[in-house]
Design a protein around this ligand. Sequence first.
Ligand code: AMP
Length: 400
Amino acid sequence: MAKKTLANLNATDLVGKRVLVRVDFNVPQNDTGAITDDTRIRAALPTIKYVTDAGGKAILVSHLGRPKGITEKLRLNPIATRLSELLGTTVIKTDDSIGEAVATAINDAPNGSVILLENIRFYPEEEQNDREFANKLASLADLYVNDAFGTAHRAHASTEGVAEFLHPSVAGFLLDKELQYLSGAIDTPKRPLVAIVGGSKVSSKIGVIDALLEKVDKLIIGGGMIFTFYKARGLAVGKSLVEEDKLELAKSLEAKAKERGVQLLLPTDVVVADNFKPDANAQTVSIENIPDGWMGLDIGSDSIKLFQDALADSKTVIWNGPMGVFEFDKFAVGTEAIARTLAEITETGAITIIGGGDSVAAVEKVGVADKMSHISTGGGASLELLEGKVLPGIAALDEA
Ligand code: AMP
């Protein structure tokens, strides 16, 4: 699925052109509206600068949050301010995302301008992927660049519909980088290829575990989902998180691993707590000895060692999901140890890919984010890509 990218266009293709760029500026904000993490804005800068340096007008479209109609708190004005600071030029912010006033603002702006449209989800037609709405959005521009990996798994008007009306429609630098790392890791990995999957529930990761079992040499599993595997093996798990309706599934995943010669590694010891609280009493026990009434909230020190040994010779590692309840410091030890180990093996030549969400928060907390080969900007999108699904926002782009 090689797609045309911004780098495939000649700079002359962009001079004086109105370039609609779908970005993912869905950034976290505090109660006063201040942006608490501008990673996503910074991640889009290479694409924006490429367009404006080539003399095009970059018309940026993004969603923010989940508005039901126009929602003052979810206007993109604070983002325009932050983006202006980062670019060192004034970004033109429009109060609407389609219509005549917007078209005029774009036409009046000099070449090399950056124009940020209003939150596209103020229109319900966006998520409905309404064709007429997509056409109106497309009419503002001459060509289309999708650089919003975080929403590429959604078929919305600004991520998919619009590509029908605008050509060329190409991948931006961020989207391209995500595809190179994530698809590259799966399709043409340097081996051994190891996946680490954690998080709360098996049910939300079935697809990815199942797909990874066809690709990886080793699969490491941690987080709340391990207890469903243990229960399926007949072990007592106390008050730990279990999905009773997924016991058969856990068995079949273990069987599939065996069939395919994939080494499936589950923790051999866990840290159990007498309560789901940051200051709960805790003890480390082997998985055969989980006491009644206690719940497993982290992997134990033997398991950390087991996982570190398994990772030592790996050449490509994909990580999605924490090893424990890392939001509580007391139960963050396993997750943080894995983050540090990945930083170390990256230094000795392994390719390490952090697949969005909580694992990204963990590597940031430990301060090793810049040591990883690639940190994905899309949790859901990266999981779907690893599952081998076609992402509509990518499928809609022109072939290379
Ligand atoms: P997910 O969204 O499925 O990736 O899960 C992330 C969440 O899993 C985090 O909020 C963790 O606190 C939670 N989690 C990890 N390990 C456990 C565990 N042993 N018991 C309960 N929740 C867990």
